[in-house]
Design a protein around this ligand. Structure first.
Ligand code: NDP
Length: 453
């Protein structure tokens, strides 16, 4: 994106690279924010005077620790655990835990950095953090998962607490893992507190938390469409991923009358020419959450569906109105964006964190595709985690309708903030700019109020 502040942005990015050129995902996330925030700071010098940008890109604290555990054959295994406590200006650190073999400090810093802005957008008092381990849950028994989670929490418990840092799930960490970690925290500290979110319904979890990221992303897309007098009904939608976010994005799309063309996992994608219906979604949930199988099983169970090994959902052989990437970072590149543009796409909403590469976003902007960045579109998950924290503090449980209504209201408010900060004179809304600036201002003002800490 051309920018009259490009020299300043380049100089800032050079200084970032000098401190950690190998942290490519983190640098990518910082650059996207710098592109919109540096011009804003130029017009609002108080942020320059307080050196806020330089301060906000440095995590307040980072922990790296050994996670030893024993596999089912009695062999000692070792993984590396992390927690990045990025920014606590507006509340306790809050952000998920990711268990995936690709996890490293760069990925967790990018996720923790994005989380600062996302959490600020939710209007709830939550700072930014992220953590996880380079542990691969695939192919592990429940007992191995439990032993790993217990060992991970034995170390993590030293750094977190309901008023300090409240982790949740992310890739590879769902209800099962949160349960094992909560159990271990409780055992070590002898405290039943809201130290994790995404807990089970019977032991402090909020209704609608499992659904919240996927539902929230679709509510956000619905808000963007309503702004231009349109809606989701009848739209053909390509989804990637088949985990928590993808499953509940599909559920909400079906409720709103959209047609879901695809789902995927890391082995390939499924094309459903007649759409994925609720019966298929039940099959998918059982396959992924209970049997923990691979996505090609869907094509075996439903002969009208096709499995494309090693390919991404963006190759679907038909027209697409909306794409919702819900798997992982950098899963939709420039080529994919061009293919989607050729297929007639008009909206891309990021269910995952940073799934579109900068080159892909550039293509979408050039072709005036409405684009929602993950820090706005997938904020429903952490927002509902915030609601779980409130219920835990109050020792109350709100009804499904109450939580869902609050989630809808928060997504509407995030959309409103993005429009306020991202609308240009011709009426076009740059949602990336809107999300970055709205998220930045609240945190930056709090940092100024709290002095140099
Ligand atoms: P899950 O572990 O439930 O599902 C992840 C899905 O993405 C799986 O289908 C997985 O396939 C696929 N995937 C993961 N890594 C890769 C990869 N390297 N290449 C291809 N496919 C991959 O995770 P979630 O649904 O919770 O998270 C998905 C995304 O949404 C992530 O970016 C996460 O950070 C983001 N997010 C999640 C929130 C939440 O509340 N859960 C909140 C906000 C954002 P496979 O099984 O083959 O690995």
């Amino acid at each position: 994106m051309s920018n009259k502040y490009q020299d300043q942005i380049d100089a800032f990015m050079e200084s970032m690279k000098a401190r950690g050129a190998h942290e490519v995902e983190f640098l990518q996330a910082v650059e996207e924010v710098a592109e919109t925030v540096i011009p804003f700071i130029a017009e609002h010098p108080k942020y320059e005077e307080h050196n806020i940008l330089e301060r906000i890109v440095e995590p307040e604290r980072t922990f790296i620790f050994r996670v030893p555990w024993m596999d089912d054959n009695g062999k000692a295994r070792i993984n590396r655990g992390y927690r990045v406590q990025f920014n606590s200006a507006i509340g306790p650190y809050k952000g998920g835990l990711r268990f995936h073999p690709s996890v490293n400090l760069s990925i967790l810093k990018f996720l923790g950095f994005e989380q600062i802005f996302k959490n600020s957008l939710t209007t709830l008092p939550m700072g930014g953090g992220k953590g996880g381990a380079d542990f691969d849950p695939k192919g592990k028994s429940d007992s191995e998962i439990m032993r790993f989670c217990q060992s991970f929490m034995t170390e993590l418990s030293k750094f977190i607490g309901p008023n300090t840092d409240v982790p949740a799930g992310d890739i590879g960490v769902g209800g099962r893992e949160i349960g094992f970690m909560f159990g271990q925290y409780k055992r070590i500290r002898n405290e039943f507190t809201g130290v994790l979110t995404g807990k089970g319904e019977n032991w402090g979890g909020s209704l609608v938390r499992p659904e919240a990221t996927g539902y929230g992303a679709i509510y956000f897309i619905q808000n963007m469409l309503e702004r231009i007098g349109d809606n989701i009904r009848g739209k053909s939608i390509a989804i990637s991923g088949s985990g928590n976010v993808a499953q509940f994005a599909i559920e909400k799309i079906l409720q709103l009358g959209g047609k879901v063309l695809s789902v995927s996992d890391s082995s390939g994608y499924i094309f459903a020419p007649d759409g994925i219906h609720s019966e298929h979604l039940d099959f998918l949930k059982d396959l992924k959450n209970v049997k923990r199988g691979r996505i090609d099983e869907m094509a075996k169970a439903y002969p009208d569906m096709e499995f494309y090994e090693g390919e991404r959902s963006w190759n679907v052989p038909t027209n697409v109105d909306i794409a919702v990437p819900c798997a992982t970072q950098n899963e939709l590149n420039e080529e994919d964006a061009k293919k989607l543009i050729d297929k007639g796409i008009s909206v891309v909403g990021e269910g995952a964190n940073m799934p579109c590469t900068p080159e892909a976003i550039e293509q979408l902007y050039e072709h005036k595709i409405i684009f929602a960045p993950g820090k706005a579109a997938n904020a429903g998950g952490v927002a509902t985690s915030g609601l779980e924290m409130s219920q835990n503090s109050l020792r109350l449980s709100w009804s499904r309708e109450e939580v869902d209504d609050r989630l809808k209201a928060i997504m509407k408010d995030i959309h409103h903030q993005c429009v306020k900060f991202g609308r240009s004179d011709d009426g076009h809304v740059d949602y990336v700019k809107g999300a970055n600036l709205a998220g930045f201002v609240k945190v930056a003002d709090a940092m100024i109020d709290q002095g140099i800490v």
